[in-house]
Design a binder for this molecule. Structure first.
Ligand code: PMP
Length: 409
């Protein structure tokens, strides 16, 4: 392992959860795609936000409220920087990717999507970026189209190009698959969509934790991610949207915090982002997300991407060498998310047996049933890595798979 990379691996000491034992074994956590572990600085910030900033935001004149408001708004700037967004007012705090997608589907759907229109999703989508569009199309009389994959497992951009037409109102596409880890050329997707005047929403839930992201370079209209997969707390996520679009979109939820004037006969709404943030937000969680973003910068987003690329390159051949194991990986760029199936062994059985060895992986359909249907596979075991995972942990995974497959097959 190159020396600079040892520095990143040493970072595992920052994650108290990794010191646990599970079923009497040291925990090997390989389920980062579900939720990441949290560094101590994030946990400290979460607690200190509740202790030192427990005032409601955007409301009171008292010090606690003002301090909490200041800290929450500072995180909006951090997210703007993380995504390379032009303006802080384009950053909307949500509960996570799912809520971000639903927000756009409801708001845009009401405004722009009707009978005869089409929405395109891809075969790679997580249910969170599939079902809201399907339901929207059903309720608005529009058509949902699912863009196919190439035999390589990558999104078929030529086929997508052929599916696009002036009827296409929006293309919803993942940046990285939560099953195969394949990184989609979303810049190309956005360029194709733009040619027919379609809007684009990119699901960055599996990309932001692993790759530098620049929404302006990608050329998308909306981008979303979840804080809990990015070393941050649960209950907070982000929707970024282009200001020209957000400015004309109706709110999804109404109530306090998003209005400028309320009278019996009519209500005026605030401009974005407040228009889309009705009610009290997850104050402490947003503040702690800011600590997670600071931590990422401190470790180095490029350094994380490089370390994980190295880890992935070391892991893939080790898993391929396990007898009877078939990897569901695509050609081309990939984040460290690796799905596999073992001949004759149900993924849940393999996942449970690995758990007994202290190894946390995910087993099942990973909320991506359309992809599994397309692959003709009934689920997989998924190991998803982070920059501080070690090759020894990967070796332990391979050894455990070999051992349990002898018993299960
Ligand atoms: N999209 C992708 C690609 C995901 O991996 C996930 C979480 N597994 C989601 C969306 C949904 O994220 P959340 O549950 O945090 O809203």
């Amino acid at each position: 392992m190159p020396q600079g990379q040892q520095r990143l691996q040493a970072r595992r000491a920052d994650f108290p959860a990794l010191r646990q034992t599970v079923h009497g074994r040291p925990l090997i956590y390989l389920d980062h795609a579900s939720t990441s572990q949290k560094p101590q600085v994030v946990l400290d910030r979460l607690l200190s936000a509740y202790v030192e900033r427990c005032g409601n935001v955007h409301r009171a004149v008292h010090w606690l409220s003002q301090a909490a408001t200041h800290d929450v708004e500072a995180v909006r700037d951090k997210v703007r920087g993380l995504l390379g967004a032009p303006s802080r007012d384009e950053v909307i705090f949500t509960r996570g990717t799912t809520e971000s997608v639903n927000l756009v589907a409801h708001s845009l759907g009401e405004q722009r999507i009707g009978p005869g229109d089409e929405v395109i999703v891809t075969t790679l989508e997580h249910h969170s970026n599939f079902v809201p569009w399907q339901v929207l199309c059903q309720t608005r009389g529009a058509r949902l189209i699912v863009a196919p994959l190439l035999p390589t497992g990558q999104l078929d951009l030529d086929a997508l190009g052929r599916l696009l037409s002036p009827r296409t109102k929006l293309v919803a596409c993942t940046h990285a698959s939560n099953v195969t880890g394949t990184v989609v050329d979303v810049r190309a997707v956005c360029r194709l969509a733009q040619q027919v005047g379609a809007l684009t929403l990119i699901d960055g839930a599996q990309a932001v934790p692993h790759l530098p992201v620049d929404v302006q370079a990608l050329g998308c209209d909306f981008y979303c991610f979840s804080g809990h997969k990015l070393l941050g707390p649960w209950g907070v996520g982000v929707l970024w949207g282009r200001s020209e679009l957000l400015a004309t979109m109706p709110p999804c939820q109404t109530g306090g915090g998003m209005v400028s004037t309320v009278r019996a006969e009519m209500t005026e709404f605030q401009p974005p982002p407040q228009r889309f943030e009705a009610g009290t937000p997850a104050v402490a969680e947003i503040i702690a997300l800011g600590a997670a973003i600071d931590y990422l910068h401190e470790v180095g987003i490029e350094a994380i991407a490089q370390q994980e690329a190295w880890l992935l390159a070391e892991t893939l051949p080790r898993l391929r060498a396990v007898d009877g194991l078939r990897l569901l990986v695509a050609e081309g760029p990939q984040v460290p998310v690796i799905s596999f199936v073992m001949d004759g062994v149900h993924p849940h059985d393999l996942g449970t047996a690995l758990d007994l060895e202290g190894i946390a992986v995910r087993a099942g359909l990973h909320c991506a049933e359309p992809l599994f249907s397309a692959l003709g596979v009934h689920g997989s075991v998924r190991a998803s890595l982070s920059f501080y995972n070690t090759i020894e942990e990967v070796d332990a995974l391979c050894a455990a798979i070999r051992q349990v497959s002898k018993l299960l097959r």
